[in-house]
Ligand binder design. Structure first.
Ligand SMILES: *Cc1c(COP(=O)(O)O)cnc(C)c1O
Length: 482
């Protein structure tokens, strides 16, 4: 593949700049000699069409939700309405200085306050913080709240956090970062928490449980009420990972199921484009018992004014500068207000219907290790498709069919896992075409396994040594010394 440096010719320019007012010499005089470069920078010298073509070609090599289906399990790569981008770019929002005093940013505080109120209502929980910048950051905040709650009650002997073996990897990491010991709970044959194992694990040293609801197999814990009752009965609290909230949005509330702490990925469920590294937002809602420990400052309404509330002596403190990633909150508020109650119910209905439809189209060809009615995603296994064929081969071949691969090798309890989340925003024709591609690949695995082993065939680069790419990233172009 050629780079922009391989194009153009010396002296060629994409734009003609007006001549300098002062001579180059005069300008240089103002720069200390030590800071002046000895040689001119090595910039590409290209004409405007060459420049435009270069960047347009690059943009066409990118794959995103705006170009095609993106069934990355657990990530909710759904289509996000463009209207929200317009709103987030309104100068009154995007141009605000984060240090403005409250009286000069009442509108922004109103957005944050209203979003907080709505999230409390949607989750059925009476406290909220919008500060965390991502789901994992919400988990960390939640674990800090749990720890502070225990300290305040003098229960520092509760050092263990229970985690199902299907948990998202960030869950045990967050618990461990706060100093808890992680205890793994086995899943039963249904792919749910094994109640007997839970009962055995509970005791006076248990701080709480972290549950992904629905779990990473896309299965809703049918015993959820019994689980939260057992944990509460043993003196612990229940953390729900809400990254999969699109599975029951508008239909059920974690607060009603016994959750004490719940994080929401605004960038997954509530419409902020993600996948490029952020920004996101991971607000946390909490039960009554945890409200005193929430981060400062809180945003409160007094009459028709919005103020910052620093008077929270038991608070865990700040977890993010200012109020978190504000423009993500703007998009989320727009999304909730646009959809309303009925629209949010349609989101979860669509997500669940799409996942079960796609699973039905594939389950005679791919193994389904935990075969139940699923929520927003499902997990297949690529094992047993053909001689020496692995899931990695299947998804590399999928790229030749023009699809982004699903999540693979996660959750860890499924060998050769393919974790597929279609989301609620894809039309039936796309799901049909995706299923047809996966079915064709299963046939190829038997008839022409080499085709899979050598895939992808149509991408700018073929199979990379992924481990080496991570360990020895070469991200610079090396020039010969001149
Ligand atoms: C995405 C995800 C997270 C982490 O959220 P980030 O915003 O990526 O930090 C945690 N748990 C589950 C189940 C997820 O899907």
């Amino acid at each position: 593949m050629s780079t922009i440096y391989d194009r153009g010719a010396p002296g060629r320019r994409a734009v003609a700049l007006p001549a300098l007012q002062n001579s180059e010499e005069e300008l240089l005089l103002e720069l200390p000699p030590a800071l002046r470069r000895r040689n001119p920078p090595r910039l590409p010298e290209v004409s405007q069409p060459e420049l435009v073509r270069h960047y347009t070609e690059l943009s066409r090599m990118n794959y995103g939700v705006d170009t095609g289906f993106y069934p990355l399990g657990s990530c909710t790569m759904k289509y996000n309405p463009k209207l929200h981008e317009d709103l987030a770019r309104l100068p009154g929002f995007s141009g605000l200085h984060p240090l403005l005093p409250p009286e000069e940013c009442q509108g922004a505080l109103a957005v944050l306050w209203e979003l907080g109120e709505l999230l409390q209502g949607i989750t059925g929980m009476p406290g909220v913080t919008l500060q965390p910048a991502a789901g994992a950051h919400g988990e960390l905040t939640g674990m800090l709240l749990l720890k502070r709650w225990l300290e305040d009650r003098g229960e520092t002997g509760r050092t263990k956090v229970l985690l199902p073996d299907s948990a998202h990897g960030t869950n045990p990491a967050s618990a461990a970062m706060v100093g808890f010991t992680v205890v793994s709970l086995p899943s039963d044959r249904r792919g749910m928490v094994d109640l007997e194992a839970l009962k055995r694990a509970l005791g006076p040293d248990v701080a709480g449980i972290m549950l992904t609801v629905p779990n990473t197999l896309g299965i809703f814990e049918e015993d959820i009420l019994e689980i939260t009752e057992l944990v509460h009965g043993a003196g612990g609290l229940c953390y729900f990972d809400g990254a999969n909230f699109n599975a029951y949005l508008g239909r059920a509330r974690p607060g009603d199921m016994g959750a004490d702490i719940f994080h929401i990925n605004l960038h997954k469920t509530f419409s902020t484009p993600h996948g490029g590294g952020g920004p996101g937002a991971g607000p946390v809602t909490v039960s009554e018992a945890l409200v005193p420990y929430l981060p400062v400052p809180g945003i409160v309404r007094r009459g028709d004014r919005f103020e910052l509330d620093w008077d929270r002596p038991k608070s865990v403190g700040r977890v993010h500068p200012y109020h978190g990633n504000f423009l993500v909150a703007v998009r989320a508020l727009a999304y909730i207000l646009t959809l309303g109650d009925e629209g949010m119910r349609e989101v979860s209905a669509g997500a669940v219907l799409a996942a079960n439809y796609l699973k039905a189209l594939l389950q005679d060809v791919y193994r389904v290790p935990y075969d139940r009615l699923v929520k927003h995603e499902f997990v297949l296994s690529g094992a047993g498709l053909g001689e020496g064929i692995r899931t990695l081969d299947v998804v590399k071949r999928l790229m030749d069919y023009g699809f982004h691969p699903p999540t693979i090798y996660f959750p860890l309890i499924v060998p050769e896992a393919l974790m597929i989340e279609p989301t609620e925003t894809e039309p039936k024709e796309v799901l049909d075409a995706f299923a047809e591609a996966l079915r064709a690949i299963a046939r190829e695995a038997r008839e022409d396994p080499q085709l899979l082993k050598e895939a992808p065939h149509g991408t700018p680069v073929r199979r990379l040594d992924e481990a080496r790419a991570v360990r020895e990233p070469r991200l610079r172009i090396q020039f010969e010394k001149s």
